[in-house]
Write a protein that binds this ligand. Structure first.
Ligand SMILES: C[S@@+](CC[C@H](N)C(=O)[O-])C[C@H]1O[C@@H](n2cnc3c(N)ncnc32)[C@H](O)[C@@H]1O
Length: 327
């Protein structure tokens, strides 16, 4: 059976083993294989609910079918009071474009059911803080996320007060908040245990531990002369783990050095980092971040031959410089 089929059938089994969905202490929980999982609720206020069709495909579709997430789309045009259901108007003071009016969005938010637990209201906006993995992990702790999608030239300023936070998916301007909301929903939902095949796979992804993911290979071992690194075929788990850590470090140093400051280095990283330093001299500027991990020379014990416990010439009693250590 192919890996795809194995993964797919595992998820399929989970679907049929759900036997209990109920509300306890304001938290919607679903029981899968005897383990309780929280059901996250995602509500999206949008003028274009049809744009969310991609959420009905693949992993997100299965997550909804498995009761791990419930996605609720609210067309706030339904809350427009005017005969023609207008949701936008010209800006005071003049200027190009139309702004979303406050009334329909306020009414839609006020009409949401009482939150079952912790709820966060997010305004999609190019003016917000830029979304990143740590934010996805923070939101994953919530019971409900509510996204407000703007459109046209933006929002009436008073709409901002409805939101707990204003978030952008990057320093560029989209035509509407729908694509931004979908990106963020995807990043949060895949963190829910049971959504991906293995719970560990989300933890090892790039950004989950501030490091980019190491290179991955699948069969064939030799593709038109391009070989899979020998260590990955060795079956030696400790060596594979070490190789992956080193390659993650290498990728992060070379591609995203801005992430390096957030990495927590362990003592086992020291030899890997020193090897990388020999391979890429440009990473020397970060050396200060791991210098403290340099193994200290052992103190000599007093002995009859050396009653003072003096250090030999070859091993002076001082911390060695990183450049002096022979790995
Ligand atoms: C054309 S934009 C409006 C931009 C607005 N005039 C401004 O300068 O802030 C329309 C809507 O798309 C969404 N949007 C655009 N770019 C975005 C981004 N980078 N991240 C998140 N949402 C974005 C927001 O909901 C925004 O209200």
């Amino acid at each position: 059976m192919s890996r795809f089929h194995q993964d797919f059938s595992a998820i399929f089994d989970i679907r049929y083993l759900i036997f209990d969905v109920r509300t306890t202490n304001h938290e919607l929980r679903t029981t899968i294989l005897g383990v309780k999982h929280r059901m996250m609720k995602v509500t999206v206020l949008t003028l274009f609910p049809e744009m969310f069709a991609p959420l009905q495909e693949s992993i997100l579709k299965r997550a909804q079918e498995a009761g791990l997430v419930k996605i609720h789309l609210v067309d706030f045009r339904d809350y427009a009071a005017s005969k023609h259901k207008n949701v936008d108007d010209v800006p005071y003071g003049g200027g190009a474009g139309m702004l979303l009016k406050p009334e329909p969005i306020f009414a839609a938010i006020r009409d949401l059911p009482q939150p079952e637990g912790k709820r966060r209201v997010i305004l999609t906006s190019p003016q917000g803080n830029v979304f990143h993995q740590a934010k996805a992990e923070e939101w994953f702790e919530q019971d409900e996320l509510v996204f407000i999608c703007g459109h046209y030239e933006g929002f009436d300023e008073r709409i901002r007060e409805l939101a707990d936070e204003e978030v952008s998916i990057g320093d560029y301007v989209l035509t509407g908040g729908e694509l931004a909301a979908m990106v963020m929903i995807d990043a949060v939902v895949r963190l829910i245990p049971g959504v991906l095949g293995e719970d560990t796979s989300a933890q090892e992804d790039s950004h989950s531990i501030s490091l980019l993911e190491y290179p991955q290979y699948t069969r064939p071992a030799d593709f038109e002369g391009r070989q899979v690194p020998e260590v990955l075929l060795s079956g030696h788990h400790a060596r594979i783990k070490q190789w992956r850590r080193k390659e993650s470090l290498r990728r992060t140093f070379l591609r995203r050095p801005d992430l390096i400051k957030a990495v927590t280095f362990g003592v086992d990283d020291y030899p890997l980092l020193e090897e990388l330093l020999l391979e890429h001299e440009e990473i020397a500027e970060w050396q200060v971040l791991w210098k403290h991990l340099c193994p200290r020379p052992k103190r000599r014990r007093k002995s009859l031959k050396n009653p003072e416990g003096k250090q030999s010439q070859e091993l002076p009693l001082r911390e060695l410089e990183v450049s002096e250590i022979d790995i």
